[in-house]
Design a protein around this ligand. Structure first.
Ligand SMILES: [Ca+2]
Ligand SMILES: [Ca+2]
Ligand SMILES: [Ca+2]
Ligand SMILES: [Ca+2]
Length: 482
């Protein structure tokens, strides 16, 4: 492991390079699975078509070495980690009919429970994490949730480590495609939010223009749902989703619809709110969309919504995922919207420069509960027409100096990462930039923030993918904050 120093304003980092035995395939995960100090790193690699996790462990505050390898078995479909019947975080694997606990000492697995699920096979050439261990009732204890064709299986864990089974009926959406009637199943997205204002999160689905709420009780979740009809029309999933999930190619020449984007308390009044995305498209170059904000209201002990949105936020071009974050730690969510304006001129330009601009706009709630655009950043997204690789620069929000407010990490050049510190209460970042020089990954998601050596200071972990080349793919960079 090599090391050199970075000094940036108040933040100081030492950079360490970790060499993997083989090229990284997929992601790097940080999990605290060993009792020794420091967070362990799991790096997915492939040896002769066999997926493995290389496990890295801290030796001291500054050095990290490979501790072992987990060989992924063909019957393991997904993995997750959490605390089940143990004080320590464990690694768990899902097969088509069992949940298995991995014993890191013996490298054996043991059965936790038998189950049925919608997942019957390993995905071709991909092995990924699935969030089947979650704290569903937010009592600080991990629970288990697994989607099936007819609904969700839940196991709520009590303080003794006992698992209490419950089934929530919500049959998966089914669509049949093409001449050959190929079926596709989509479990309805589950929203773990408080819908009856008792500060306890419930299980909520959105289906057929109705919110179905399974209220949390002292014994789990209610067997029957309360229903809250919405007085406006909303699709369950968005346009991109439909393109991705169907072989029908909807005609883009004249299209208008609204879809559910978020079901969450936006303004901190403990009442669930809705963000809908309204898209109108008259061809690829004339696409408009707006986020419509509906604040939930409370009357006769029940949630309801007005027919018309409180206000709308316009956004032109092609939208990427909407991100919602409580940036200022004030129980008010900021909307972060990335969009790409596609004009014929821009496409022609992109053919030559292989780059296109993406605007990142931050919208904060003002005192009238209106989302106002506050900060706008433009980042350059490049793509390679030959290989089809596109690269999306690093743009992430994370609290780097532990003051409870999120700072902004933004890629400026191929090798420059700027850090904007969130330091004042005027709802903006400190203009003074902090810069780090290092080889940045082509995919901006291949970087995360975590206190890996557990010295209470947040560190930066960077890894690389195929688009970065074989040499980089064998490297993990750790930027340890001093
Ligand atoms: Ca729980
Ligand atoms: Ca509740
Ligand atoms: Ca609210
Ligand atoms: Ca640290």
């Amino acid at each position: 492991m090599s090391c050199f120093w970075h000094s940036v304003d108040a933040l100081e980092f030492t950079q360490h390079t970790l060499k993997l035995p083989l090229a990284l395939e997929g992601k790097v995960y940080a999990v605290d699975i060993l009792p020794q100090p420091g967070i362990e790193l799991l790096a997915q690699i492939k040896h002769k078509q066999q997926t493995r996790f290389a496990l890295y462990q801290w030796q001291s505050k500054q050095t990290i070495t490979q501790r072992g390898t987990i060989i992924i078995q063909p019957e393991w479909l997904f993995f997750d980690y959490g605390k089940l019947q143990s004080q320590r975080i464990g690694i768990y694997f899902l097969t088509k009919d069992q949940l298995l606990r991995y014993n890191i000492e013996t490298t054996n697995t043991e059965k936790v429970l038998d189950l049925h699920s919608i997942y019957q096979q390993q995905q071709h050439s991909r092995f990924t994490k699935m969030d089947f261990i979650q704290d569903l009732n937010q009592d600080g204890i991990d629970d288990i949730i697994i989607a099936d064709f007819q609904g969700y299986h839940l196991w709520l864990q009590d303080t003794q480590g006992q698992l209490h089974y419950q089934f929530i009926a919500m049959p998966a959406m089914m669509r049949v495609f093409g001449e050959r009637n190929i079926p596709s199943y989509y479990p309805y997205p589950l929203y773990n939010i408080d819908i009856n204002k008792d500060k306890k999160p419930d299980i909520v689905f959105y289906k057929d223009n109705v919110l179905w709420g399974y209220i949390q009780t002292p014994k789990g979740f209610a067997k029957e749902a309360i229903t809250i009809p919405l007085p406006f029309q909303l699709e369950e999933s968005d346009w991109q989703e439909r393109i991705r999930s169907s072989d029908e190619r909807p005609d883009q020449s004249n299209l208008a619809f609204s879809s559910l984007q978020a079901l969450v308390d936006l303004d901190g009044d403990q009442i669930v709110d809705i963000i809908a995305q309204k898209t109108t498209s008259k061809g690829v170059f004339n696409k408009k969309s707006a986020y419509q904000i509906y604040f939930g209201k409370w009357r006769n002990q029940q949630l309801y919504f007005d027919k018309t949105p409180h206000h709308s936020v316009k956004s032109d071009g092609v939208q990427f995922d909407l991100v919602l974050k409580d940036i200022f730690n004030q129980q008010r969510l900021t909307m972060i919207n990335s969009s790409m304006l596609i004009t014929l001129r821009k496409v022609m330009q992109a053919l030559f420069t292989k780059k296109i601009d993406v605007d990142i706009i931050f919208y904060n709630l003002d005192k009238h509960r209106h989302y106002q655009a506050t900060i706008e950043k433009s980042i350059n997204v490049s793509f390679d027409f030959k290989t089809g690789y596109s690269s999306y620069p690093v743009n992430q929000l994370a609290d780097l100096n532990n003051d409870g407010k999120l700072d902004l990490l933004l890629q400026e050049k191929t090798k420059v990462l700027a850090i904007y510190l969130n330091q004042d209460n005027k709802k903006s970042w400190k203009k003074a930039k902090v810069k780090l020089t290092l080889a940045l990954p082509k995919s901006g998601e291949s970087l995360f923030i975590q206190d890996v050596n557990q010295d209470t200071k947040q560190d930066i972990v960077v890894y690389y993918g195929k688009a970065d080349g074989k040499k980089q793919q064998q490297i993990i960079r750790l930027l340890l904050q001093q």
